[in-house]
Design a binder for this molecule. Structure first.
Ligand SMILES: N[C@@H](CCC(=O)N[C@@H](CS)C(=O)NCC(=O)O)C(=O)O
Length: 273
């Protein structure tokens, strides 16, 4: 890694380690300069017009190693991961906990105890769809994995062959999203209750920016109800404004040896109307 970024890494580390509820005068979110898993957090803050600071970390800053082989930026976080959210009340380091906290404070968490549990159920499923053993993330990251293994994993994820029966991640996770959506007794077009919740934003990110971007034709053909959901959420004026003006594509992985897909500008184009 080039040492020319060392000063920016040092400054970044100072800034991050100084963050705590007593030091911030408005909310701060720390994440990479990608959509990733922070989309629902940023979109919720935008939807509710929360004034906050965004500290974005580039892949070079994250990957930078000092003379001892240590990644100083990664070391700044309790769990070695982003996102981190800090405001005058709290400092939180897990994306779903940040979402739940913001949902409660911003009125996006469900109106009854039953709805709040329902929101967490969808949130957990949305998380599984990326991070579970048959989630999409393992399929996308190809760094250090032999080409034939990448292809075999991808095919299995899409339901092909013997391992397709065992993993079947694409269909399995999307079928479950469909069951949850149809299972909402309010039949509102949202995942829980009659109004938009953080569960819809989390599900939107996973469905649109990950699953649809990964296999757009299959998504539209096999899951029209989920595509309707994506279009519906994407058409909410503040969400639309967020998509058009604030979200950024991932520019990290132009090389196929690093990742096979991860919401590049091309992959984002046309996902919503
Ligand atoms: N359970 C954590 C997972 C966080 C996570 O894996 N973040 C990724 C970015 S999406 C990360 O920090 N990757 C860099 C690394 O692990 O070195 C959460 O939900 O916040």
């Amino acid at each position: 890694m080039t040492s020319s970024i060392a000063p920016s890494v040092e400054e970044l580390c100072h800034r991050i380690t100084a963050l705590n509820p007593r030091s911030v005068d408005r909310p701060v979110l720390v994440y990479f300069d990608i959509i990733g898993i922070a989309w629902p957090i940023r979109c919720a803050l935008h939807l509710k017009s929360v004034d906050y600071d965004l500290i974005q970390i580039s892949i070079d800053q994250w990957a930078y190693r000092d003379d001892h082989g240590v990644q100083p930026v990664k070391r700044c976080f309790k769990n070695g991961h982003v996102p981190l959210y800090v405001d005058a009340e709290t400092a939180l380091n897990q994306s779903t906990v940040i979402m739940r906290y913001l949902a409660e404070n911003l009125g996006l968490g469900g109106k009854t105890a039953e709805q709040r549990n329902g929101v967490m159920e969808i949130m957990s499923h949305a998380y599984d769809a990326l991070f579970h053993w048959n989630g999409l993330l393992q399929i996308i990251v190809s760094m250090g994995v032999p080409e034939d293994v990448v292809v075999a994993r991808r095919n299995a994820f899409m339901g092909e062959g013997f391992w397709g029966l065992a993993t079947n991640g694409y269909a399995n996770h999307l079928d479950a999203f469909g069951n949850y959506l149809r299972g909402n007794p309010c039949n509102s077009g949202y995942f829980v209750g009659e109004t938009l919740t953080i569960a819809d934003l989390h599900a939107f990110n996973v469905l649109c920016n990950w699953y649809k971007a990964f296999a757009p034709e299959r998504f539209v053909t096999d899951y029209p109800q989920l595509d309707d959901f994506v279009q519906r959420i994407g058409a909410i004026p503040a969400v639309r404004e967020y998509i058009e003006n604030l979200q950024e594509p991932t520019t990290w992985f132009p090389r196929p040896d690093l990742a096979i897909r991860l919401t590049s500008a091309e992959e984002l184009a046309g996902l919503v109307g």
